[in-house]
Design a binder for this molecule. Structure first.
Ligand code: NAD
Length: 480
């Protein structure tokens, strides 16, 4: 097979993945609401055919061995790098995220970086017992066909998080992107498939029902799912029949706590981006900020100033770093949560309204002060450019409120004294807790949620284990 990198322009890339003229479903530019193209609408039969192809390809892919598969994953990363700009532009139009800032170009770069890390990571056999009577080792083998179901907020990067480790371990994969962002994911898989053997990675587009069929398909051994907690529950039900192993990266409502006496100006930029990365549409973004009374007003003022100064607008304009909400349903959720917070006494410090002059789905970066737990904006995931800031006086009470959520993906503790913040960090009930930052991820550092945010770890060695099946090999010990 060829590993020569093909370089495509945006139109050629789009033409490769679009439905034939007159067929498929329209996909709109999230910023301008113009038609970008048409995505093929696939059926249950198409899904079954995709799984069958991936199943047939799996033994050959596994037989290539770790070294060759890693080489091909590096070639896939090279292909992504060579096509980074057209991928980022298509992603920007379809998802809405600007090219610049921690957005489209950043996301495409992360796809390549994660694939390279997957290729370089080695999952060694673990010697469990080695004595006179027994030598026992734990090894990990390919599970078979992995079903990957990804969301619309970081559609390329999260798809790679799911399929990269799966392919690395010798599985083949069927990938179903969100029906909000299918074209950019199809473009990504098209670029990758230029260097992978046929049917090792098979994309299938369609609504949630196609995802449900994938999760419950008898030939699927493992499901990598990222999306809402509600859909996560349906995946669990769908997997009752095939007993597929599951990694569930679900919704979050990440809390951050700013300790007494913290210098507001010193942390304001990082606080802002911890919440507003990808215009707030990030699973592990800060979604509730608890600030001690001693610095509350300073933190609120500093955040509002940054919110007002940060350029928002169509993603293809190079100066913008905040974009639209990706879709109308989410836009309505965001608007409703802010209106409801105001109705409950919340004070809009900045924003608090749509920005129609920018486009239909733009909502101004919004800071809402003087709110507390018990209102929807604090208790539920807003998934948009809005941050509620909650005043506290008693630190134990702040941790109790932060931990009262039914979800636990990320969390953070902030202080001018990082050692003091670190001393409190593990009080948070979350899969990850950051000190003086929020949301940063690394391909070698495991990531996953607790409580309603799901279970299973992605990234690093733990991430490879999660897409494999363990096998214990017991042999006679040294005496034999
Ligand atoms: P979603 O649950 O609506 O959709 C996710 C994917 O599941 C899509 O591909 C969708 O088509 C598919 N799907 C829908 N119904 C299905 C079903 N019954 N069976 C199988 N698949 C089905 O989520 P979304 O709106 O795309 O994404 C936003 C949510 O995802 C937020 O709650 C966010 O916090 C969460 N999220 C979590 C992480 C994480 O790593 N924990 C990362 C990103 C997003």
């Amino acid at each position: 097979m060829s590993t020569t990198t093909t370089v495509l322009d945006e139109q050629t890339l789009l033409a490769r993945v679009q439905a034939p003229e007159g067929e498929g479903r329209e996909i709109l530019d999230a910023a301008t609401r113009e038609v970008i193209g048409r995505v093929p609408v696939q059926s249950a039969d198409d899904l079954d055919a995709a799984v069958a192809r991936a199943k047939a390809a799996q033994p050959g892919w596994e037989a290539l061995g770790h070294e060759e598969r890693s080489r091909l994953l590096v070639a896939a990363a090279d292909a992504i790098d060579a096509n980074a700009e057209p991928l980022a532009r298509l992603l920007s139009r379809e998802q809405g995220k600007p090219l610049n800032g921690p957005n489209a170009r950043f996301e495409v770069g992360a796809c390549s970086a994660w694939l390279r890390a997957n290729a370089a990571t080695v999952l060694e056999p673990q010697v469990l017992v080695d004595d006179e009577n027994l030598h026992a080792e734990l090894i990990y083998k390919a599970a078979g066909v992995v079903g990957a179901i990804s969301p619309w907020n970081w559609p390329l990067m999260i798809s790679i998080w799911q399929i990269g480790p799966a392919l690395r371990m010798g599985n083949t994969a069927v990938l179903k992107p969100s029906s909000n962002t299918p074209l950019s994911v199809l473009a990504l898989t098209s670029v990758i498939n230029d260097v992978l053997p046929a049917d090792v990675l098979v994309p299938v587009t369609g609504p949630g029902a196609i995802g449900g069929r994938l999760a419950g398909h008898p030939d699927i051994a493992k499901v990598m799912f990222t999306g809402s907690t509600e859909t996560g529950r349906k995946i669990i039900e769908a997997s009752a029949g095939n007993l597929a192993r599951l990694t569930l990266e679900l919704g979050g409502n990440d809390a951050a706590i700013v300790l007494p006496g913290t210098d507001a100006k010193a942390i304001a930029q990082d606080l802002f981006w911890g919440a507003f990365i990808n215009t707030g549409q990030t699973c592990a973004a800060m979604k509730r900020l608890y600030v001690h009374d001693s610095v509350y007003d300073d933190v609120v003022a500093a955040l509002a100033e940054i919110a007002e100064q940060t350029p928002m607008g169509p993603g293809l304009d190079e100066q913008n770093v905040l974009g639209p909400v990706q879709n109308k349903d989410q836009f309505d959720i965001v608007s409703h949560l802010v209106d409801d917070a105001v109705a409950h006494g919340g004070r809009v410090v900045t924003g608090g309204e749509a920005a129609p002059e920018l486009g239909e789905l733009f909502y101004r970066a919004t800071i809402v002060a003087d709110v507390t737990d018990g209102i929807a904006l604090v208790d539920e995931e807003q998934f948009g450019p809005v941050l509620p800031v909650i005043r506290y006086t008693d630190l134990d009470d702040a941790f109790a409120r932060a931990n009262a959520a039914e979800v636990g993906l990320g969390a953070s503790v902030w202080s001018s004294d990082p050692a003091e913040a670190a001393a409190h960090a593990t009080r948070m009930q979350s899969g990850t807790v950051w000190v003086n930052s929020h949301g940063g991820l690394h391909p070698m550092v495991p990531f996953g949620g607790v409580k309603g945010s799901g279970y299973g770890l992605e990234f690093g060695v733990e991430g490879l284990k999660a897409v494999a099946v363990p096998q214990v090999v017991s042999t006679p010990g040294r005496k034999a």
